[in-house]
Design a protein around this ligand. Structure first.
Ligand code: UTP
Length: 463
């Protein structure tokens, strides 16, 4: 794109102010700005700007409870479902997909969140922990489990470098594919694009919902089809307890004939910041906690139980055929608007860090796709077994809680195998424990290796 071309385009959409500092820019800076302008879909931008003018449509009108397969119900069915899922894995029909394009701003860690060292004894990174789980699963079922990883502009190169430096943690590099999600520009209260630098627009990733588009645009869906993949296991980078490629979950999904499934846990308390699975009108979907009214948040059933208890933990199975349908007439997830403080350069070229919210970011949410499916399946799981997310630098959902929850998980596995675990007065393991997924990736696998397990002295590591 040339300057004249960009100017004409920007004028047509009343955004020419972003060329204000053109004469001051170096050749590289000019190229950078033109590159960003070329990336923007201005018709879509107009629609996004229109969204910022709408009044906040908070609580959805009709919210009712959604059917969920409860823990009690699972007891008699799990074994059969595991068999069904295991067969699909063994046939090579399952791929795993990690969304790792987020900015991880709450954690306050330089670099991709997946690089964060998290395991209790060996300090393995999130990426390594996930990679070893995938290797373990593939070995068990004698199959290839391709791994698709979505990054974003800001962490793509660092992510790939980390995998290369670590030789893909033993995975075959041809079975690991990286691609970037799209970035969207932000606008101010008047609907004007925001300059973060004289030569750069303020852009942010288009939300995890952007993954459905990026999977398509990058050729990942085509690659899955070539490999005969039917089911894609979707997970987030920061949940250290994710049972990646869980055969039981896959089995329930197949058995229900679902197009997209999700795992839920019982909310710990009504105000817990989790989206809940429910019926919205006549469709099943997830409503974000921020979109629920106080009344909805605390609503109870006749028996006094929490009505909207089913918190989504962002683990899904999505059919490859559904991914195709979701894209073949253009991307159709709705955009959500977030009012934020966005640093900018003012008309004189001074950098400003605002104290008030001054602009809007746009995002899509993957769970909105649930409303486009013909059939979904929701499965309740135990929080202690499957959900502990690394979000904050300290306090709740922090490195300390992630390590604690891993320690507790491994301690339970060992105890189930009949190995004593010394605990402190609070009931926590008295030291750090870690079991490599390559030794055992679930309690059952540990039972099989029972005779190879030494007694516990801290720090305790099994590989
Ligand atoms: P979060 O909503 O927790 O966001 O993402 P985050 O960026 O990791 O952290 P904060 O809010 O800035 O502190 C949940 C999952 O969705 C991915 C993240 O990488 C994480 O795995 N994600 C989020 C994307 O891949 N792209 C996005 O645009 C947003």
């Amino acid at each position: 794109m040339h300057y004249q071309e960009a100017l004409a385009l920007l004028k047509a959409y009343h955004q020419e102010h972003i060329l204000r500092f053109w004469r001051e820019l170096s050749e590289t800076e000019k190229a950078h700005l033109l590159g960003q302008i070329a990336q923007i879909d201005f018709d879509n931008l107009e629609k996004l700007i229109a969204l910022t003018a709408k009044k906040d449509e908070s609580a959805p009108a009709e919210m009712t409870e959604a059917p969920v397969i409860r823990l009690e119900e699972r007891i008699s069915r799990d074994e059969k479902m595991r068999q069904t899922g295991a067969e699909a894995l063994a046939r090579g029909e399952v791929a795993v997909f990690l969304v790792a394009g987020g900015q991880g701003s709450r954690l306050g860690f330089e670099g991709p969140k997946g690089i964060f060292p998290v395991t209790p004894v060996k300090n393995k990174s999130l990426f390594q922990l996930h990679a070893e789980k995938i290797r373990a699963r593939a070995t068990r079922y004698g199959c290839v489990i391709p791994w698709y990883i979505m990054t974003s502009q800001s962490n793509h190169d660092d992510t790939i470098r980390f995998f290369r430096e670590n030789r893909f943690f033993g995975l075959n590099p041809t079975d690991v594919m990286f691609f970037r999600q799209e970035m969207l520009p932000s606008v101010d209260a008047k609907g004007k694009l925001i300059l973060a630098e004289k030569h750069a627009l303020f852009m942010s990733p288009n939300g995890h919902g952007g993954s459905l588009k990026a999977l398509w645009d990058s050729g990942a869906v085509a690659d899955m089809k070539r490999r005969g993949i039917k089911y894609m296991f979707y997970f987030q980078v920061d949940n250290v307890l994710t049972k990646i490629g869980d055969p039981e979950f896959i089995g329930y999904h197949i058995d229900a004939g679902a197009e997209m499934s999700n795992k839920v846990v019982h909310k710990a308390y009504p105000e817990e910041k989790m989206g809940v699975i429910c019926k919205i009108g006549d469709r099943l979907g997830v409503v974000e906690y921020s979109d629920m009214s106080d009344e909805q948040m605390h609503a109870t059933t006749e028996g006094g139980a929490l009505k909207y208890w089913a918190g989504s933990i962002a683990i899904h199975i999505i059919n490859v055929s559904f991914l195709e349908r979701e894209n073949d007439h253009g991307f159709r997830l709705p955009y959500h608007v977030a009012h934020k403080q966005i640093p900018y350069v003012d008309e004189r070229g001074n950098r400003v860090t605002p104290v008030e919210k001054n602009g809007f970011k746009f995002e899509t949410f993957v769970f909105d796709a649930l409303q486009h499916t013909e059939r979904i399946l929701s499965l309740e799981v135990e929080r202690a077994e499957e959900f502990s997310a690394l979000k904050n630098g300290s306090g709740v959902d922090s490195p300390a809680t992630a390590r604690r929850d891993l320690n507790l998980l491994y301690a339970r596995w060992l105890e189930q195998a009949g190995i004593g675990v010394p605990r402190d007065e609070q009931g926590l393991p008295a030291g750090n424990i870690e079991i490599s997924p390559l030794f055992a990736d679930e309690a059952e696998a540990l039972l099989l290796n029972k005779e190879r397990i030494p007694s516990v002295t801290y720090p305790y590591y099994l590989e």
